[in-house]
Design a protein around this ligand. Structure first.
Ligand code: MIC
Ligand code: SF4
Length: 643
């Protein structure tokens, strides 16, 4: 039987397990990346493991998230990351060099290799035929030390692309269509592989837009073949030597298949507050807009920027609209300046931001109260923009540019013929903002600088024999890590200060949660389906751990978050009968008898709600390795105990 793209890469990197979907496998990791908002924790954990030098082929640390330096915290964290990476053999991408995923695609991604990153949009490099996955910082730290990365062997979903995109329809509309079909949990446990004649019509940056936002499907990752378009992009980046062809075997089999005719696609928008709440732009046409943001790791490539510049050239942004543009990288920014497109954007009234995540993670540019904001980003979760009652829509750069001029939702197709924009055949190459690490001989003389904002990481404890606690919080389906541990310019500076961060935990859902959790000494959280979807931030496990959360019971979990919970010793369990969710109430007194024994070796435990006098069965779907980690109180304890 033949292999699919992902199966081929997995086969070549398999160190533990069998390639049977649903079973745990361990992979050798070739490359890692971190960003600053998750990087401080990842490097603190790397240091705690005592490894002197990274063992990967390439590890890069990017500074792109926490770039609004309203106090000393972010700048201190940047310096910590700069010095710790220098000491341990990791390249450092300085602030100003761009968004991790965009820069990695341009300068480092290699087909047929594995990459994990402490950011959920690491699958962007899947546009280059790489098996690229988001992971918690601790898992990235382990991989940097040469350790195995564990995932569940995924199912494979094939998306067959036919035809070619028409004027003003873009790669963003492709992934919005996939989200319309599959939904935010439709990719859980799966890799999404793109194939078919339509693939050839898409350049690497277009493919990367699609694999980037595949994170919103809950997928393990998304991947395109490596073909002549890949070679052309690598050549244009001066890296043709990194090219390897990669295609699925003819007789490969898939768990599910869908076909999308690119020629029939129309501009789409994800409506508030979920990336799978899809409508066509024409349905929304005429709706008033207050703000537009163009950029983020989804849509900040040279191709995207040139398209927007061509559409705005000689026009003025509507007076009621504030337009921000953040180019994805220094390479893009420089080239825009050199070719004059930047001048067209500035002249049209765009507010040009630095090449960083910026408004995507609420680092400035929050919309006005109840404002309507169109963004070319990948997430529109409640309050993520920094304005709780804002209405955020996710659209393509083409829809954003057309609407910026009109001041209302505008289907760009109504504009007629699109300007001809080509991806450059040669990119401007200058890696002067990538600092090389110290050599092994020099490493000892590098001093790691730690600012006062860096506080110790909480460490988990072995589970109690019987768990007796309160149901401290009951939440619904699709709870994101932005609900659990919100981000934004006011909170992000405390990413290395868990005690301070804890003041904001779950406040999007319940203002009083941190206070209550502290008063009760923690407890158990009850969630619905897809609990923990979204980002890879392990703070969504670390902070609940700090607040005394011992277990989370849900109908189902998102992949990266459940791995983070286990890494920090919080026990994830699912309801055997989903209807039992209704039988349990917030504030109730709970008991799980034989909790530690269940974690160690049982598939089932019983949760007694003492307040209501009911008992419900819970499932513990854990591997031996996960049970050992949880029984040790988390991965750090487990590793230290020499396992
Ligand atoms: C995001 O897009 O949500 C982030 C911010 O990039 C996160 C990482 C983080 O929370 O630091 C992600 O996607 O993993
Ligand atoms: Fe940055 Fe936004 Fe991409 Fe996350 S999704 S890496 S915040 S640009």
């Amino acid at each position: 039987m033949g292999y699919t793209l992902a199966q081929k890469i997995i086969k070549n990197h398999l160190v533990v397990g069998n390639m049977t979907a649903g079973e745990e496998i361990g992979l050798r990791i070739d490359q890692t990346l971190t960003q600053d908002a998750t990087g401080t924790m990842a490097y603190l954990q790397f240091e705690a493991m005592g490894t002197k030098r990274v063992k990967t082929e390439l590890s890069v640390a990017y500074i792109d998230h926490n770039t609004l330096q309203a106090g000393f915290e972010n700048a201190d964290d940047h310096r910590y990351i700069q010095t710790v990476t220098k000491k341990h053999g990791i390249r450092f991408s300085r602030p100003g060099n761009g968004i991790c995923h965009q820069v990695h695609l341009e300068r480092f991604a290699v087909p047929d290799k594995t990459l994990i990153g402490s950011d959920s949009h690491t699958p962007t490099a899947g546009g280059m035929g790489m098996l690229a996955m988001g992971a918690g910082g601790l898992d990235v730290a382990v991989a940097m030390g040469g350790g195995t990365y564990y995932i569940t062997m995924p199912k494979i979903i094939r998306i067959n692309l036919t035809g070619a995109l028409t004027d003003f329809v873009s790669a963003k509309d492709v992934i919005l269509e996939v989200l319309r079909i599959l939904g935010v949990k439709g990719g859980v446990g799966a890799v999404i592989e793109y194939s078919g004649e339509g693939v050839k019509t898409l350049s690497v940056p277009q493919r990367a837009t699609i694999t980037n936002m595949g994170a919103e499907l809950g997928a393990t990752t998304s991947i395109f073949p490596s073909d002549e378009a890949t070679r052309a992009f690598l050549k244009a980046q001066g890296r043709e030597c990194d090219y390897t062809p990669l295609s699925p075997d003819e007789d490969a089999t898939y768990d599910a298949e869908y076909t999308i005719d690119l020629s029939a696609l129309r501009p789409l928008a994800a409506c508030p507050h979920s990336p799978d709440n899809i409508k066509s732009v024409s349905e929304l046409s005429g709706k008033k807009i207050d703000q537009i943001c163009i950029g983020s790791c989804t849509n900040s490539s040279m191709l995207d920027m040139l398209t927007v510049a061509a559409m705005l050239k000689g026009k003025t942004v509507h007076p009621d609209v504030s337009l921000s543009i953040s180019p994805g990288s220094k390479q893009v920014y420089t080239m825009l300046a050199k070719c004059g497109a930047l001048a067209d954007l500035i002249a049209a009234g765009a507010r040009i931001l630095e090449c960083a995540c910026g408004p995507c993670i609420g680092m400035g540019f929050s919309p006005k109260s109840a404002g309507v904001s169109l963004r070319t980003f990948n997430r529109n979760f409640l309050a993520r923009s920094g304005t709780k009652d804002a209405q955020v829509y996710l659209v393509s750069p083409e829809t954003a540019a057309a609407s910026a001029i009109a001041g209302v939702f505008t289907d760009p197709k109504t504009l007629g013929v699109a300007p001809r924009v080509e991806i450059p055949s040669v990119f401007d190459i200058n890696d002067n903002l990538i600092e090389m690490p110290a050599t092994e001989d020099e490493a000892d003389s590098v001093t790691v600088e730690r600012g006062p904002n860096i506080k110790p990481i909480p460490v988990g404890k072995a589970p109690a024999r019987d768990l007796e606690c309160k149901l401290i919080l009951k939440v619904g389906d699709n709870i994101t890590t932005d609900h659990i541990m919100p981000a934004g310019s006011k909170i992000l500076p405390f990413r290395s200060n868990v005690p301070k961060l804890s003041e904001f935990c779950f406040t999007v859902c319940d203002e009083k949660f941190p206070e209550r959790a502290k008063a009760e000494g923690g407890g158990l959280i009850l969630g619905g389906h897809n609990y923990g979807q979204g980002s890879s931030r392990e703070h969504a496990a670390l902070v609940p751990l700090y607040l005394g959360i011992k277990a989370v019971v849900a109908k189902s979990f998102a992949r990266i978050h459940v791995a983070n919970l286990i890494n920090f010793g919080i026990v994830p369990m699912t309801l055997e009968n989903e209807d039992d969710y209704e039988k349990l109430g917030e504030g109730d007194d709970l008991l799980i008898e034989g909790f530690a024994d269940a974690v160690l070796g049982k598939d089932k435990a019983y949760l007694t709600d003492k307040t209501r006098g009911v008992s419900v069965p819970l499932l513990l779907s854990l591997t031996e390795r996960q049970r050992a980690i949880l029984s040790a109180g988390g991965l750090l304890n487990y590793t230290k105990s020499g396992s």
